[in-house]
Design a protein around this ligand. Structure first.
Ligand SMILES: [Zn+2]
Length: 676
């Protein structure tokens, strides 16, 4: 569709759904619907409509941000590997998918695939991927039954539709496809009438907040008050995550016996409320619900949820253990890849709603460590479970609370195929969350927010003026970020820059002029009359630092990266799997080091590469001192629980090299600490 045709469509829709005659209190399209529509639909930011509580920030619509530098290379790699070819090699999303009208898989896998494929295709402006995604979108948009339900008729579960709705909202933001809003309106009308008779159950009951998110998205575009009734109904039928975390009871490793897994296939409340992916999705519950209630404690519930999960199940890679139920703080336990990408999406949404920089820090910790850590360097295979201390990926007995023996293999669908379908959303949604809009308030004009850092270009509109940002950086490997600000004509607006909590000594210069020293753990807000070519330089000093984990072990971090000792790897093919394969990975070197935390850790850096998360091309290495700890061993391919630190060792002192967590597919991340 041409820009002109898209614009006409958008204007027509806006007219037909009443936005043009919006009330003054309706803060839709602060950037002016007409000015933004003239630039294409990707520039229109839709704010919350009364009576919804305003967000601190609003994500820019898909298409506003384009990756560049290493991030573009990473997304291109994803497009060239499993994400861009999954339907060609995996029947679950292939030609017989229920989401293409076939008789094959008709549950969550098609929607999961689309939830990542749609943004990936748009970020890369890749016609092959757009065409591929369009088949599923067209079938879905033409699938609506007279009663309002949509999707495969053979499966009426609410849950997979919650995922497809997320894909549809992204598709709409990128294209203004006129079929999307009417389908969603009819479906939500159906849901409001049907839910009292056929209430949320199992997965849908525990993931209702994702359904609510898209209902609120549609309300912002139509103002139909019955949609808010639907959000209340979803809340009333959905699991009460806020109460769950207000009095968090699950402080130990969950066992199959405890949740009575054998009795009902794991679908009772006890099993589902301690399920990792459900918890990853639940992180956003308080913020999403607060958009309707306006209650500050609902909004800030996300911080309590994160702190409880960290306290009892936290791991140094930024995610909590869940293999696949909450599994305690031992770094030999695993975390499911779906949990990583769902927690990232929850953090992206929560960061927009709260505007709390700590959520941006956490998002980067996941994006730069746990996400690439579970995916092979070529992105053709992934793990179901990753471990911070991962000394072997094999069919040996593993410590998982409930998962099977293939869970930490790298492959097409190790253990279970959910992550195979779902991991695609990780990088694309991170890329679309780098910059956000800060809305106009009684005190401030609308502005732009650097929510997370990676190389990109952003096109948007502020107060009718086109603004183009060019962000150049090799962050997270190096700490300098340069942003060129280019409004079409001079424009005063606030630019807010996230200063991570670790960035002591951060500086900001504009056109070479030093600015007021920013505080770590805040957004540095720069108000100024911006002119084309203005240059912002942010320096975030990166020094090695230590953090404390299970049994007082230590992890080494620098900037947003966590570092690991890279164990020698021998990749052994287990079986071919169509266009890809399943792999076991065996250690070829010893790994049982205890770290000398009194010794200086030195840094060597190199230029950024196109594969910065691979061991062969890492742009940063740390050098530390350590002694082997002969009593710390592996059993059945699993590192035994770390001894309580500090520890003694009479083995020789050695220099060991640490590389970014994600680059070391066999690794030690939490080290016993030597007694000084
Ligand atoms: Zn999964």
């Amino acid at each position: 569709m041409s820009v002109d045709a898209t614009r006409r469509l958008l204007l027509k829709q806006l007219g037909s759904i009443g936005v043009v005659s919006a009330l003054p209190t309706n803060k839709i399209l602060s950037s002016s619907a007409f000015a933004t529509a003239a630039e294409g639909p990707q520039a229109a930011v839709v704010l919350h409509r009364a009576p919804l509580a305003p967000n601190a920030f609003y994500p820019l619509p898909l298409g506003s941000i384009r990756p560049s530098g290493w991030l573009h290379a990473q997304l291109q790699l994803q497009a060239d590997s499993l994400s861009g070819h999954l339907d060609e090699t995996w029947a679950d999303v292939g030609p017989n998918s229920g989401w293409l009208g076939g008789t094959g898989e008709s549950w969550e896998r098609g929607p999961y695939f689309l939830d990542g494929l749609v943004p990936l295709a748009r970020l890369l402006d890749d016609q092959r991927l757009k065409t591929k995604a369009q088949k599923y979108l067209d079938w879905t948009l033409n699938s609506q039954a007279p009663n309002g339900n949509f999707g495969p008729a053979s499966n009426d579960d609410w849950w997979p539709r919650m995922v497809m709705l997320k894909a549809l909202t992204q598709h709409y933001e990128a294209t203004a496809d006129p079929r999307v809003l009417p389908l969603m309106q009819r479906y939500f009308t159906y849901q409001l009438a049907e839910l009292p008779r056929r209430p949320l159950r199992d997965w849908g009951k525990f993931r209702w907040q994702d359904n609510a998110l898209t209902v609120l998205w549609l309300y912002d575009r139509t103002g139909d008050p019955s949609l808010l009734d639907l959000v209340r109904l979803l809340h009333s039928q959905g699991y009460d995550w806020l109460a769950h975390f207000a009095d968090f009871k699950y402080r130990e490793r969950i066992t199959a016996e405890y949740i009575k897994l054998s009795e009902d296939g794991g679908l009772k409340d006890l099993a589902l409320s301690t399920h990792g992916v459900n918890n990853g999705q639940a992180i956003k519950t308080g913020p999403v619900w607060s958009v309707l209630t306006g209650i500050a404690s609902d909004r800030r519930a996300v911080l309590k949820m994160l702190s409880e999960l960290d306290k009892y199940h936290g791991l140094p890679n930024g995610i909590f253990s869940c293999d696949e139920h909450l599994a305690g703080p031992n770094p030999s336990q695993g975390s499911e890849l779906c949990t990583v990408v769902e927690a990232m999406f929850s953090l992206e949404q929560s960061l927009a709603i709260l505007g709390d920089p700590v959520l941006g820090d956490r998002l980067e910790r996941l994006a730069f460590n746990a996400l690439p850590g579970a995916i092979s360097d070529d992105m053709w295979s992934h793990q179901y479970n990753q471990q911070p201390n991962q000394v072997e990926c094999s069919l040996h007995h593993k410590p998982w609370t409930t998962d099977g023996p293939e869970s930490n293999l790298f492959g097409l669908e190790p253990n279970f195929g959910c992550c195979t379908a779902n991991f695609h959303q990780g990088w694309p949604k991170f890329a679309t969350s780098l910059w956000m809009l800060s809305p106009r308030t009684s005190k401030d004009e609308e502005g732009l927010v650097a929510a997370a850092y990676a190389p990109c270009e952003t096109h948007t509109i502020l107060r009718g003026i086109r603004v183009h940002l060019i962000e150049e950086t090799s962050y997270p490997f190096h700490g300098t970020i340069r942003v060129s600000v280019n409004p079409a004509s001079p424009l005063a607006f606030p630019l807010s820059l996230r200063i991570p909590a670790w960035a002591t000594g951060a500086t900001i210069r504009i056109n070479g002029e030093p600015q007021t020293t920013p505080s770590p753990g805040s957004f540095a807000r720069i108000e100024r009359n911006w002119k084309a070519g203005d240059r912002v330089e942010i320096k975030l000093p990166m020094q090695p630092r230590l953090s404390t984990w299970f049994h007082d072990s230590v992890a080494v971090e620098q900037g947003p990266l966590v570092f690991s000792f890279a164990i020698g790897e021998d990749w052994v093919k287990l079986r071919d799997r169509g266009m890809t394969a399943d792999w076991q990975v065996y250690p070829t070197t010893q790994w049982n080091y205890a770290l000398d935390t009194a010794a200086e850790i030195t840094v060597t850096t190199a230029e950024i590469t196109q594969r910065p998360f691979s061991a062969a091309h890492t742009p940063v290495k740390l050098h530390a001192r350590a002694r082997k700890l002969p009593d710390w061993r592996a059993e059945d391919g699993v590192a035994n629980p770390l001894p309580q630190s500090p520890v003694n060792s009479t083995e020789p002192m050695e220099e060991i090299t640490l590389i970014p967590y994600a680059a070391a597919k066999l690794r030690i991340t939490a080290f016993p600490k030597l007694k000084s």
